[in-house]
Design a protein around this ligand. Structure first.
Ligand SMILES: Cc1cc2nc3c(=O)[nH]c(=O)nc-3n(C[C@H](O)[C@H](O)[C@H](O)COP(=O)(O)O)c2cc1C
Length: 407
């Protein structure tokens, strides 16, 4: 999320306790000189290496390091929301481990866990530590979830040692940070209305039981966040209860396929881009009971009937120039199924994923997808963050929207 009311981008620069902390001074200075708003956050151990006054003097704001001694009651989420980029340099083995394992016992680790922005880490440690299997696993996990990593080089280390694990040079780290910051908000969706559906619908059997599916809603929420960051006005039609609403989205809570259908039909009338990321039930119970079915009444016979095909309805009933994106969650050959679905539903883009492949599908942070359009080769993204999927798909949707009418 960008800082409101200003086009200046904010870098939350986290400094952890490694010998390379002194090089972070130059990183702060270079970022500041490039015009970024630099907010330094230090771990307690980082202060053993470099004094906080140095960072305060060279950044846009004083150093913060505590979750508790702040006028802001929730400093970690405030900082995470302000960040266009969270940069950790140097990133110790300790901070990398905490981040990869979801620990958050200080301000740096809590900011990292709360961040929805891009995150760039610059690992720095002795060769033995860098080559340790646990560190390797943590780095691989973070890379798979979309965290960018400036690979360390070979060179002089603390204590006169020499080897792999030396933090990349400040200019390299700043160049990578700049590249990532230029990407932020690159998809210019200002003035456009984006409607996203998210989560799995629930089809009631009786007032306490339902037929559901495993969709977590995370991919839909990632679409909403990226569209908001691009300046769109966003409506999120959601069945999800356990994810925080993206800041600035108009939330429409629904439960069943028919409720979702009604909301999507209404919102689609003014939408420029529609993303049907929800897993809508194909079947519902024909005869929903208004009273709980009693166990003692025997095993009930439940007859299912088809729900309405929302995507096909939207594809066939465009009231204005708009791009429609659908999803195909499959358990085999997602590309071919997505291509078939594209023509059957009248959609512009179908994102196909094999929900059984590792690191993809429901309740994961990453996804592997085929992005399919008519008359084009599919784009394949392997084990990227759901946010990255949203960025690529929305950038393409914008190109289609700009290229000509599809009413
Ligand atoms: C002289 C010295 C240099 C250190 N350099 C590093 C380093 O480069 N990388 C690293 O991961 N840990 C290094 N450590 C160990 C960390 O300081 C230690 O793991 C600390 O708990 C990290 O805390 P933090 O991640 O909260 O900043 C060093 C320790 C000492 C005493």
């Amino acid at each position: 999320m960008r800082s409101s009311g200003s086009t200046q981008k904010t870098v939350v620069l986290c400094i952890s306790g490694g010998i390379a902390a002194y090089k972070a001074v130059e990183i702060a200075r270079r970022l500041f000189d490039l015009g970024y708003h630099v907010v330094p956050v230090m771990t307690e151990d980082a202060k053993r290496f470099v004094g906080e006054t140095t960072f305060s003097a060279l950044s846009s704001e004083p150093v913060r390091s505590s979750l508790w001694n702040s006028t802001d009651p929730v400093p970690h989420t405030t900082l995470a929301r302000r960040a266009d980029l969270v940069l950790v340099a140097p990133a110790t083995a300790n901070v990398i481990s905490k981040f990869a394992n979801g620990a958050s016992d200080d301000l740096v680790s809590a900011v990292l866990i709360a961040a929805r922005s891009k995150v760039l880490i610059a690992p720095a440690m002795h060769t033995e530590m860098w080559e340790n299997p646990a560190v390797r696993r943590n780095i691989e996990f973070l890379a798979a979830t979309g965290v960018s990593i400036v690979q360390p080089g070979v060179g002089r280390l603390a204590g006169g040692d020499f080897g792999a694990g030396r933090m990349a040079e400040p200019h390299e780290i700043v160049a990578m940070a700049q590249g990532l910051l230029e990407e932020v908000g690159k998809i210019d969706l200002a003035g456009l209305e984006v409607v996203v559906s998210a989560g799995g619908t629930r089809e009631a059997i009786d007032p306490v039981r339902f037929i559901g599916n495993r969709s977590s809603g995370r991919q839909g929420y990632a679409f909403a966040e990226v569209a908001l960051a691009g300046g769109a006005s966003v409506s999120l039609v959601s069945t999800v209860e356990n994810l925080p609403p993206p800041n600035g989205a108009k939330m429409v809570s629904v439960e069943s396929a028919s409720e979702m259908s009604a909301a999507m039909k209404e919102l689609s009338k003014t939408a420029d881009i529609i993303v049907m990321a929800a897993a809508v039930a194909d079947f519902r119970v024909e005869d929903q009971k208004s009273q709980k079915i009693k166990k003692g009444d025997g095993v009930p016979e439940i007859r299912l009937v088809h729900t309405e095909d929302i995507l096909a309805y939207l594809g066939a009933n465009r009231s204005r120039r708009q791009v429609i994106v659908g999803f195909a969650a499959e358990t085999g050959d997602p590309e071919n199924y997505a291509r078939d679905k594209l023509s059957r539903k009248g959609a512009d883009i179908i994102v196909g994923n094999d929900v059984t492949s590792p690191g993809a599908g429901f309740a994961t942070e990453t996804n592997s997808v085929f992005i399919v359009e008519s008359d084009r080769d599919a784009t394949y993204l392997e084990r990227v963050s759901k946010r990255r999927v949203a960025e690529v798909v929305l950038a393409r949707a914008l190109e289609i929207l700009s290229s000509g009418p599809k009413v």
